[in-house]
Design a protein around this ligand. Structure first.
Ligand SMILES: Cc1ncc(COP(=O)(O)O)c(C=O)c1O
Length: 397
């Protein structure tokens, strides 16, 4: 990729890397029988949905808008002889005005509470009876397997996400066919295995006995949420395949996984230009045409240090700089990095792993322009698929 010809700032989606991730996920599906969905909250570049739809079983949404995006862009109608793509949705609370459309465009609907389930029953129950919708409940296993990112831990004390075991009934309410849990964040296979073991024991009353003739009130599917870094080099893919196969064999249920990050992990870059170099007593500060606050909010929120091509820990290489932004926020700092050469105005830098939780979280604070969205095709061509303008800023206000 020749970055000199790219208008910055720009996110560049690496099509080859995306396909390679999808091939790994497809192998998991084929060898284990799992159904894997794209969690659109992490990555919603819908222009690449046709590619994703070739491999995955569908998409999951955090609400009506994402559900609609998948319905419009990741749909492969049965009558064309294509594989049917599933559309799932879960949200802590659905609005009354949204429910009819949600039930029309989704195949799976997951509620966060029994109150929400019952409140919307008059709308969803009709679709369930017509065989057009499957309804589930999100449980909270109250089992944390990470301490690193507390804001991403749905099992932290006082969490509103999912129904605790004490608040679940003895059998699934009428019309409910599945349970969903999401507890992981950028984790390997072991925490999933451990969490499932806990769920299997604590929520045993909902798991069917394939030998029994009466499995009413038991689950037909389980959704194991996201947070699985399946496409990371060190992920135990073989372990996951065996694990899913075992669950399917033992209980005769469908198993869903809905990772977001794993789909587009390391499959995108953010390319930026140095606009100024400001001398400070501490170190020189680069003013970039991108911003942590606007274009990579997880850097401040999570927080984390994004990988940068050619950039090492401060002091490791001869030239250390603080990478910052042209917004007014003093803390709009991406991090301190060192380089093997001096940097100058006009030079370009490439942040790695920028396809996930970036574009979906963008904002125009300070009237900052939104970066272009480009695709680096497998033949090396770079296509600009989105260029934003003043109206994208104005129209939101
Ligand atoms: C319910 C649910 N499913 C899936 C995901 C996707 O997680 P990840 O992108 O970490 O794989 C999330 C992330 O917050 C989530 O809340």
């Amino acid at each position: 990729m020749n970055i000199d010809n790219i208008k910055t700032p720009a996110y560049v989606i690496d099509e080859k890397k995306l396909r390679e991730n999808l091939e790994i996920l497809d192998r998991v599906q084929k060898e284990s029988g799992a159904r894997i969905l794209l969690a659109q909250k992490a990555y919603s570049v819908y222009q690449t949905y046709p590619l994703i739809a070739k491999y995955l079983s569908g998409a999951t949404a955090s609400g009506l808008y994402e559900a609609r995006l998948a319905y419009e862009e990741m749909r492969t109608p049965d009558q064309d002889g294509n594989r049917k793509i599933e559309n799932h949705v879960y949200e802590p609370a659905f609005g009354d005005e949204e429910m009819v459309e949600i039930c029309d465009i989704c195949d799976h609907l997951v509620f966060n509470s029994l109150a929400q389930l019952e409140h919307h029953r008059p709308v969803w129950e009709k679709k369930v009876k017509e065989g057009k919708l499957s309804v589930g409940l999100r449980i909270n296993p109250e089992y944390s397997t990470q301490e690193e990112h507390e804001i991403y831990d749905p099992c932290s004390e006082g969490s509103r996400l999912g129904i605790s075991n004490a608040n679940m009934p003895d059998k699934l309410p009428e019309g409910v066919e599945g349970i969903h849990f999401h507890t992981l964040c950028e984790q390997g296979f072991e925490p999933l295995k451990e969490t499932f073991k806990h769920v299997e024991k604590e929520f045993a009353r909902f798991f069917p006995d394939p030998e029994s003739s009466d499995n009413s009130g038991k689950i037909k599917w389980i959704n194991l949420g996201g947070g699985h870094h399946i496409t990371r080099e060190d992920y135990n893919v073989e372990g996951l395949i065996k694990f899913v196969k075992d669950i399917k064999e033992k209980y005769g249920i469908e198993v869903y996984l809905e990772p977001g990050e794993a789909i587009a992990l390391d499959a995108g870059y953010l390319i930026t230009t140095i606009m100024d170099v400001v001398k400070t007593p501490r170190m020189p500060v680069l003013i970039l045409d991108t911003s942590a606050a606007c274009h990579m909010p997880d850097v401040l929120e999570m927080p984390y240090r994004p990988p940068l091509r050619g950039g090492e820990e401060p002091g490791e290489l001869p030239f250390t700089y603080r990478l910052s932004s042209r917004t007014c926020l003093a803390g709009d700092v991406i991090g301190d990095y060192s380089f093997d050469h001096e940097l100058n105005i006009g030079d370009r830098l490439v942040f790695e792993d920028m396809a996930i939780y970036s574009m979906v979280k963008n904002n125009t604070f300070n009237g900052m322009p939104l970066p272009d969205i480009d695709i680096l095709h497998e033949n090396g061509d770079v296509e600009v698929i989105k260029r934003f303008s003043y109206s994208d800023f104005k129209e939101r206000l």
